[in-house]
Design a protein around this ligand. Structure first.
Ligand SMILES: [Zn+2]
Length: 324
């Protein structure tokens, strides 16, 4: 660096160049839209090209008919990329989850069917129950966790709007400050093995605790469909929250894997709405491999870690497996 002050031209020129280089950046920072969050750059996800898209007027949602009379209602503008399913029978329809409650899923589903709609949740985390309050008939699992969540909450909802969580525009008129998970009334309590007859289509409730104590899957045996909620979806499966129980989760995924030979399709609730049934036995092997300590964790923020095995990934507390 001894050249710089001895020859002013040599140090003024680079300094001026550096300043000039900075100026457009500063100007751009003031006028440019916020940088796209990393997750949002992966959109649109290519898997959706294979599905029939159903036009809807609310730009917050994208709707796809995955198989006849089964609609995936997808929320691609928020980092959870939550998917709810409208499953239509001949006499009534069932809405398996109501999404974030950021826009109005009731309006969208009313356009997709004129039949009465029963709401049932795959589990009662905030990103799946957001519009429950809008529906008259909401079934719930008979658990304390479900009853507690039905009282509503604010913090989890607010966290969904944090930095980097939104891709594109929030709905017009949406008020971030007042966004909460609103309370809802449970019309009827359900238990493992209960059946819901939609007319020409029967759904069986499978209690699959683990992700939460009230996690369920829905089995449409006649059509070979298994709706897996957050027990399986094709990106890191969240198993880090205090209400998660890993022993229960392993038992639940074993129960699901036993169904695989009868299934045509597995429909999870985040990012992409379909997977092959063969993923279920692989899911058992993957979580058991992880729990056996055979996977090197990838540390994430806030004391979490991703564990990957055979293309399936889990988000756990970084020290969840210690002492095993
Ligand atoms: Zn969840």
């Amino acid at each position: 660096m001894n050249w710089s002050f001895h020859n002013p031209v040599k140090w003024i020129a680079p300094l001026a160049a550096a300043l000039v280089a900075c100026l457009p950046t500063l100007a751009a920072a003031q006028s440019a839209p916020p940088v796209k969050p990393e997750w949002c750059r992966a959109l649109p996800r290519p898997e959706y090209k294979t599905l029939e898209r159903v036009p809807v007027s609310d730009p917050w949602f994208e709707v796809y008919q995955v198989v006849p009379r089964v609609f995936a209602v997808y929320e691609p503008h928020q980092a959870e990329e939550t998917i709810s399913y409208l499953i239509v029978g001949q006499k009534q329809a069932l809405l398996f989850d109501t999404g974030m409650g950021i826009s109005d899923i009731r309006k969208v589903t009313a356009r997709l069917t004129h039949l009465p709609i029963i709401v049932l949740n795959s589990h009662t985390h905030n990103d799946h129950v957001g519009d429950n309050w809008q529906f008259e008939t909401v079934y719930g699992m008979d658990t304390d966790f479900t009853r507690a969540n039905a009282k509503g909450s604010r913090q989890d909802a607010q966290d969904e709007l944090g930095p980097g969580m939104i891709c594109g525009d929030l709905p017009k008129g949406f008020d971030s400050r007042s966004y909460t998970t609103r309370p809802w009334k449970i019309s009827r309590f359900l238990h493992d093995h209960d059946r819901i007859d939609l007319g020409g289509r029967t759904l069986e409730v499978l209690s699959t605790p683990g992700h939460t104590p009230d996690a369920i899957c829905l089995l449409d045996r006649a059509h070979g469909l298994l709706f897996t909620g957050d027990t399986y979806y094709p990106v890191p499966i969240w198993l880090y929250r205090p209400e998660t129980n890993l022993d229960d989760y392993v038992a639940s995924v074993k129960r699901l894997a036993a169904l695989a030979p009868q299934l045509k399709l597995v429909l999870g609730e985040h990012n992409v709405p379909f997977a092959q049934a063969s993923v279920l036995p692989r899911l058992v092997t993957a979580i058991e491999t992880v729990r056996a300590g055979k996977v090197v964790p990838e540390p994430q923020e806030a004391g979490k870690a991703i564990y990957r095995s055979d293309g399936i990934s889990f988000l756990l507390r970084a020290h969840a497996l210690e002492g095993k």
